[in-house]
Design a protein around this ligand. Structure first.
Ligand code: ADP
Ligand code: ADP
Ligand code: MG
Length: 454
């Protein structure tokens, strides 16, 4: 087992990883930018290294500074969390070259699945249904126009290197494809350093359903059932739950088998997520694979009774998975609400200093956060400040616990989306589980649903 792990991340996920290390008796190294020097992940780690100024490229995305920090502190492994370098194949390779274990799949797997256009092809080879769309990257806008006619409108233009819901545009006609192609290309180049785009048929009113999978270094691979993440704004998840009310045992089995077939195709190791869209006629299609731990992993932890971060560490250290597929059950129901520092109506980010802070608790409530009273929420980073996760023996119990938890979550000094989350939780369709990725449109003006095609 590792003696010391460096955590190449910040915020709630950095703390979450520290908790897992403490339980395993592993020492921790926090890295941080200068604006994060008073953060809780720095306070609770055994050691810490400042790796540079606030901007991501100067710190949390700076590979040489992170590797230097690992070498100076003699860390034997790096956990990348999610976002930042978590799906960067080059980083995983540099770790390998420096004999530091990257806690995740190897660089070849990240490369094969990280390019979303390439992942589509891999999945097709594994016999997994994908959304009708381009063979690979669509190199020019003219080709995009021709292809869109072939696929049939509406279509969605997507960044091959995309993530976090960015670099994606819907088009319902030729002029929109032209504009969609150009804006998505610009956004993708700026956000991901690659303007490569691919195209899919736009599925109307789908549900987003993803499967947690886990492989070890001994050839074992299991799935831990699904999460439903249909409550989204601008293709970014807001509320997640497990299991999904939309799946029958038969459909669950079919989707799980597809997820596993894709994972086996690349010899997947460590935690991963295979994402699908389920259309109104209950056809499912692969959309992408995330080769890392997911923001919403706690809902799976709750229904599987498995600590996914500890499992990631153990598997990276070479231990075999301690269970077989038939040992993994669905134990009750779990819901997660992402709490963001943003205006609940305009969605404008709301950085600043938290004045008062009271966390919900009580039976069945878990909160993953690095926020606290007097914490400064920086404009440089993601606006998510906490995840509230409920568990119940039924969906109704998980929902009632979540409602009362959100009613007792107090944050003063900055604006948060808690009022919006309360409206979602009170919605009759949400209560019945009648949801799709367009659910949020009822809460916002049309121009807020899709970024303007300017
Ligand atoms: P999840 O699939 O785990 O729910 P999200 O899509 O919400 O993840 O992304 C989690 C965080 O990681 C966000 O801050 C997002 O901007 C960031 N992120 C996701 N994918 C990428 C990527 N390919 N490159 C850079 N950042 C990413
Ligand atoms: P990211 O890498 O940013 O997470 P995904 O490919 O996973 O991007 O898509 C994110 C979300 O965008 C999906 O959950 C879904 O709501 C929407 N989306 C993506 N592709 C399509 C599609 N072909 N049709 C309809 N919605 C889509
Ligand atoms: Mg996704």
């Amino acid at each position: 087992m590792f003696k010391k792990i460096l955590i190449a991340n910040r915020g709630e996920i950095a703390l979450r990883i520290i908790w897992a290390c403490k339980e395993l008796g592993i020492r921790t190294v926090a890295v941080h930018s200068d604006v994060d020097k008073d953060s809780l992940h720095v306070k609770f780690a055994d050691e810490d290294v400042c790796i540079g100024p606030a901007r991501n490229i100067d710190s949390y995305l700076n590979i040489s500074r992170i590797i230097s920090a690992a070498e100076i502190t003699d860390a034997d492994a790096i956990h990348p969390g999610y976002g930042f370098l978590a799906e960067n194949a080059h980083f995983a390779e540099v770790c390998q070259d420096c004999r530091i274990t990257f806690i995740g799949p190897g660089p070849e797997i990240i490369r094969q699945m990280g390019d979303k256009a390439m992942a589509r092809k891999t999945m097709m080879r594994a016999g997994v249904p994908v959304i009708p769309g381009s063979e690979g990257v669509v190199p020019t806008v003219e080709e995009a126009v021709v292809l869109a006619e072939e696929i049939g409108y509406p279509v969605i233009v997507k960044a091959a290197a995309g993530g976090g819901g960015r670099g994606m545009r819907i088009a319902r006609g030729e002029s929109e494809v032209r504009r969609a192609y150009e804006t998505a290309q610009r956004e993708a180049a700026a956000a991901f350093g690659s303007g490569d785009l691919y195209m899919e048929k736009y599925i109307e009113n789908p549900r987003h359903i993803e499967f947690q999978i886990f492989g070890d270094k001994h050839g074992n691979i299991v799935h831990m059932n699904e999460r439903e993440c249909s409550i989204q704004r601008r293709h970014q998840k807001l509320v997640e739950e497990a299991p999904s009310v939309a799946l029958t045992p038969g459909l669950r089995q079919k989707m799980a088998e597809a997820a596993l077939a894709g994972a086996r195709m690349v010899g997947y190791v460590n935690a991963g997520t295979v994402e699908f869209l389920l259309d109104e006629r209950r056809n499912f299609y692969f959309i992408e694979m995330n080769t890392r731990i997911q923001v919403e992993h706690p809902v799976t932890e709750n229904i599987a009774g498995i600590d996914l971060i500890k499992e990631q560490i153990k598997v990276a250290a070479g231990e075999p998975l301690p269970y077989r597929q038939e040992d993994i059950k669905i134990l009750g129901h779990s819901i997660e609400c992402r709490v963001n520092a943003e205006d609940p109506v305009t969605f404008a980010p709301s950085p600043g200093t938290i004045r008062a802070f009271h966390l919900p608790g009580g039976p069945g409530i878990r909160v993953d956060t690095a926020a606290h009273a007097e914490a400064r929420i920086s404009p440089y980073y993601d606006s998510m400040i906490a995840k509230v996760i409920s568990r119940g023996n039924s969906r109704a119990e998980a929902l009632s616990r979540m409602r009362r938890a959100m009613d007792s979550f107090v944050v003063e000094g900055i604006k948060t989306n808690i009022p919006l989350q309360q409206r979602i939780l009170a919605d009759p369709d949400f209560e019945r589980g009648e949801i799709s990725t367009r659910f949020m449109e009822r809460f916002m003006p049309a121009e807020k649903v899709e970024p303007a095609l300017s």
